[in-house]
Design a protein around this ligand. Structure first.
Ligand code: NAP
Length: 247
């Protein structure tokens, strides 16, 4: 039986685990960073918490006799992806990245691409605006440098401590969020501009489509540089890779 480690925290990792759970030839473990208070249920056994950098992950691969590693983390989780590449190299463990393709702008989209969160804050500029922040809750602090805006923040878990600005509302929820849902949300809060990551996939595309429908600009954080490793875009292709590896 081959032992597989999936680095997760995404819907794709969850889907892949669901596809592999019934396989008698595979023993699959899914790893989560432990960021969310109540993680979504998974079809396979889960381990939670960091490994202690690339060396710690390499040690885990060795101790657990992992035969193949699948990095199905979020495209903005650059540190764990770099660690996965280093650890796999150290242990000569086959590695596959399962990464969603980025969204591509279509007619009607008004995207402002920025390098990082600090640049997103600067791009908001003046005058004060009603801003929808949909970048998760880990990287919100820099928006305290632009307290003139009124923020609506969406995250899976509550933002604690709250953003250090005078005007912020919070909405919690785990996707998927469709266009109709997000159009209503943006309208209700009279949002004027959206700040988002180019996550790809369908689960969080609703806000992009809603912004287009309402004629709102979207400040889009560019994806971080990720290691050059073998990569696929779907859980189905990841299963095919595992089968090829066996053959
Ligand atoms: P990150 O900056 O790349 O990773 C920071 C550290 O967290 C890593 O060095 C590692 O600690 C630990 N870690 C991250 N993912 C892990 C995993 N799947 N299993 C075990 N340890 C993990 O990651 P992040 O951006 O904070 O994201 C954390 C998790 O949330 C990821 O699993 C990712 O898939 C998910 N997520 C992230 C985003 C996002 O926008 N960044 C969005 C949705 C979901 P050690 O060095 O100690 O091993």
């Amino acid at each position: 039986m081959r032992r597989i480690l999936i680095l997760g925290g995404t819907g794709e990792a969850r889907q892949l685990a669901g596809r592999l759970v019934a396989r008698a030839d595979l023993a699959v473990t899914l790893s989560l960073a432990g960021r969310t208070v109540s993680p979504a249920a998974q079809a396979v056994p889960v381990r939670i918490g960091g490994f202690g950098g690339a060396a710690g992950l390499a040690e885990y691969l060795s101790v657990e006799s992992i035969d193949a590693l699948i990095d199905a983390t979020h495209p903005y989780a650059a540190t764990i992806s770099a660690n996965a590449a280093r650890a796999a190299k150290l242990r000569t463990t086959p590695l596959l990245a399962l990464r969603r393709a980025p969204w591509i702008p279509v007619t009607g989209d008004h995207w402002i691409d920025v390098a990082d969160v600090q640049n997103a804050v600067e791009a908001l500029a003046n005058p004060p605006r009603l801003v929808f922040l949909a970048i998760g809750r880990q990287e919100l602090a820099p928006f305290a440098d632009a307290p003139q805006h009124h923020y609506l923040v969406r995250s899976v878990d509550p933002v604690d401590p709250p953003l250090a600005v005078p005007h912020a509302d919070y909405v919690t929820g785990r996707g998927p969020f469709d266009e109709a849902h997000d159009r209503t949300l943006l309208r209700e809060h009279r949002i004027e501009i959206v700040v988002a990551k180019n996550s790809g996939g369908t689960a969080t595309y609703g806000k992009i489509a809603a912004a287009r429908a309402l004629g709102l600009p979207v400040i889009l954080l560019q994806r971080p540089a990720l290691p050059q490793v073998a990569a696929v875009e779907t859980a189905q292709d990841a299963v095919a890779w595992l089968d090829q590896l066996r053959d």
